[in-house]
Design a protein around this ligand. Structure first.
Ligand code: PFF
Length: 438
């Protein structure tokens, strides 16, 4: 259980609670959700098992792992790309993590449960993310906490925290879902979220759905290789994979059932973007029985979930410098943590001071997110699938998976998707994006 909870701690985070609802809202609802689920099943699931297997086989960081399995070949590049992706993702993840910490404080001071009408909550958020000092302060605080935890290299502590955190998060989401679904006009939202309107799909939205599958499951950058490398041989990799994937997907889907009924019932816009959850939930807390307590609990849980994911992002970067460059843990964590914080500053300012400094119609924040989530992760994942499927070979991988007398029941499915479906699917989505037909 400990390992499943730790890996879920990495997977479940802002991706499920903050990002999933807002990109579903921006990309038209139900059809996008369906594409997302397909990506999870045919791309995410097989790649997660591949990453766990490479990690446990080698007990090394992603760079070291590929080096050991195919010494002196360019495959080690997957590992380097992963370190770069971890670096970039954490730079904006820390900003949003900071927003959640700020909202814990705002919840405590009764700022999030007393809006006179739903659109006030959105304005409140807009003012907050535009305020340089406050955003920077909480961004620094979030990164500081992440750094402090990773310096100690605590694995046990994280697992224990996740044991309590994850189930509590589910309970909270169910409570909020019931509240949202019983609001007047909630059905419109359900329809938007669950009824697939395929005319809303574009090459770009399919790319975003795939990127989100990787982002949400923490795949394509070696985070799960790193987690797998801490695993003792007796753990069952296949059932761990199934649990983590199911759990992560459950949380994202639940979150959609909270947000969309509320958005439509309150006459708000689903296309609001990165502020969606922060603008809508406080409107839900307002007027809800025990809304104050719920607002505090919710944002506290979200902040912790964000932290357990941020830890895994930083760990990938740091493990590389420790294992491959021979740096000490303290030096690696402090140096890289600080550099990542600095790179994140323009992302933090992208909703205020730098909101108008756009390139190709996107802010700095959007670009870093887009490059890392929609390109680096799927590319890393595709190469990992090719590596495990064809280079290292599913035969070797299969041996590792069954090392301790577990029988791998869905080996046939896995081998087929890892070799053929996952790489081809990612390639098609990329090609469709680069050579649009419409
Ligand atoms: N999976 C995390 C989330 O959904 O918030 C984000 C993440 C963590 C992505 C670790 C990638 C990663 F390696």
């Amino acid at each position: 259980m400990g390992f499943i909870m730790a890996a879920s701690g990495s997977a479940v985070g802002l991706g499920n609670v903050w990002k999933f609802p807002y990109i579903v809202g921006e990309n038209g609802g139900g059809a996008f959700v369906l594409v997302y689920l397909i990506c999870i099943a045919v791309v995410g699931l097989p790649i997660m098992l591949s990453e766990f297997t490479v990690g446990r086989k080698t007990s090394l960081n992603p760079v070291g792992a590929f080096q050991q399995l195919q010494p002196g070949t360019p495959w080690v590049g997957i590992g380097f790309m992963g370190v770069l992706a971890g670096f970039l993702i954490l730079s904006f993840y820390g900003v949003v993590g900071g927003w959640t910490l700020a909202y814990v404080v705002k919840a405590l001071t009764h700022s999030l449960d007393q809006f006179t009408n739903p659109s006030e909550a959105g304005k409140f958020f807009g003012t907050f993310i535009a305020s340089t000092g406050e955003v920077m302060f909480y961004h620094a605080l979030f990164m500081g906490i992440t750094i402090a935890i990773v310096i100690r290299g605590v694995h046990g502590g994280i697992e224990k925290a996740c044991d309590i955190l994850m189930p509590t998060l589910v309970v909270m989401l169910v409570i909020l879902m019931i509240r949202a679904l019983t609001l007047d006009g909630a059905m419109e939202g359900l329809k938007f979220y669950l009824y697939p309107d395929f005319s809303k799909l574009t090459g770009q939205s399919i790319l975003v759905a795939m990127g989100q599958a990787f982002f949400s499951l923490s795949l394509g950058m070696g985070a799960m290789i790193t987690y797998g490398s801490y695993l003792p041989a007796r753990e069952n990799l296949t059932s761990a994979t199934l649990y983590v994937v199911l759990f992560d997907t459950l949380i994202a889907l639940l979150m959609g059932l909270v947000i969309f009924p509320a958005v439509f019932a309150m006459g708000l816009e689903p296309t609001e973007g990165p502020g969606l959850v922060f603008s809508v939930l406080p409107a839900v807390f307002t007027g809800m029985p025990f809304g104050w307590v719920v607002s505090i609990l919710f944002f506290t849980l979200l902040a912790i979930a964000a932290l357990t994911s941020a830890i895994s992002l930083l760990e990938v970067v740091v493990a590389y410098f420790i294992d491959q460059k021979g740096w000490g843990r303290k030096k690696s964590v402090l140096t890289m943590g600080l550099v990542i914080f600095v790179i994140g500053i323009p992302s933090g300012l992208s909703f205020g001071l730098l909101a108008d400094s756009q390139l190709f119609g996107m802010t700095f924040f959007n670009h870093v997110d887009n490059i890392s989530s929609n390109y680096l992760l799927p590319l890393g994942g595709m190469l990992t699938a090719i590596f495990v499927g064809w280079v290292w070979g599913t035969k070797e991988a299969h041996k590792e998976i069954e090392r301790h007398e577990t029988t791998f029941h869905w080996a046939g499915y896995w081998e087929f998707v890892v070799r053929y479906i996952a790489p081809v699917a990612v390639a098609i989505v990329f090609l469709a994006k680069f050579f649009p037909t419409d």
